[in-house]
Design a protein. Structure first.
Length: 276
């Protein structure tokens, strides 16, 4: 099995892939679009993509989900711990510039402000660690994972610098073939996208079936159609399996109000959802 992720070795996507598929071949891609495009072209590939973060919200891959419409096989909630990594021998007092992905910087705001670091946004966390390692400058540091420190031979100057403990990122595992689990006594998520017909109160009317049938929506996000701010797609997650009669009735009602409707996947809910 081959798993693709965006970023450099040591990225959080790399960590999540290793955690889920320890025996798989894990391959880095430069961009999210490259991941999606390769998975669309090769049915044997799977990709692991960060979709949202508990603290900072959506990662910003929705447009690619709409564009490629790959099937979602699973979700994985991965604990994210940020560390300040510096060139060997450097100290926190030496650091002037800190480098990382925009998400990691925003999730470590309090620590950065406390130390008066200058923020520098880069494409990914592990790539930032690689950059600091190559520059060999004691006034530069990266915010990245422990795996990045090991790969790029950097010192961990400070561990767990994230603003809030329990920081979690939701990853989606996706691919081209359509696979759907059998309905059993488990908790499932059905993910879909839809575009409503242009009429007054269309969204209000379209969601009525979920209320009537007692189906819970866990995500509802709008995204503008290409080259338009008058027409929107919606990305939706709901509790339940598509073969559940209540879910089927709800989706039938939704379909009456849609110009476009596509099921992205049915998968078991991550165990973190089951914890109360």
């Amino acid at each position: 099995m081959k798993i693709l992720y965006q970023g450099s070795p040591g990225a959080y996507s790399h960590l999540a892939a290793k955690e889920l598929y320890p025996n798989a071949e894990i391959v880095a891609c430069k961009t999210f679009d490259e991941c999606f495009r390769k998975a669309e072209e090769d049915k044997t590939l799977k990709i692991i993509i960060p979709e949202s973060n508990r603290i900072t919200g959506n990662i910003g891959v929705e447009y690619l989900i709409f564009k490629y419409r790959l099937n979602i096989y699973a979700e994985h909630f991965h604990s994210v711990e940020h560390h300040l990594l510096g060139f060997p021998g450097s100290k926190i007092k030496d650091i002037e510039n800190v480098y990382s992905h925009a998400q990691a910087l925003s999730q470590s705001t309090e620590f950065i402000r406390k130390n008066n670091f200058v923020e520098n946004v880069r494409a990914d966390t592990a790539g930032s660690a690689k950059y600091v390692s190559e520059k060999k400058n004691k006034n530069k540091a990266a915010i990245a994972s422990k795996l990045s420190a090991k790969i790029y031979n950097l010192d961990i100057l400070k561990s767990n610098i994230e603003d809030e403990k329990g920081n979690v990122t939701r990853f989606l595992i996706m691919g081209k073939p359509v696979l759907q689990p059998e309905l059993k006594k488990k908790k499932y998520i059905t993910s879909l996208l839809f575009k409503l017909k242009s009429k007054p109160a269309a969204l209000y009317q379209s969601l009525g079936g979920f209320a009537i049938n007692g189906v819970n929506l866990t995500k509802l996000q709008s995204y503008p159609e290409k080259n338009s701010f008058d027409s929107y797609f919606f990305l939706c997650d709901l509790d339940g399996h598509i073969e559940d009669p209540k879910v089927q009735k709800s989706l039938e009602e939704l379909g009456l109000h849609c110009e476009d409707f596509h099921v992205l996947g049915v998968f078991e809910a991550d165990s973190l959802r089951l914890k109360k």
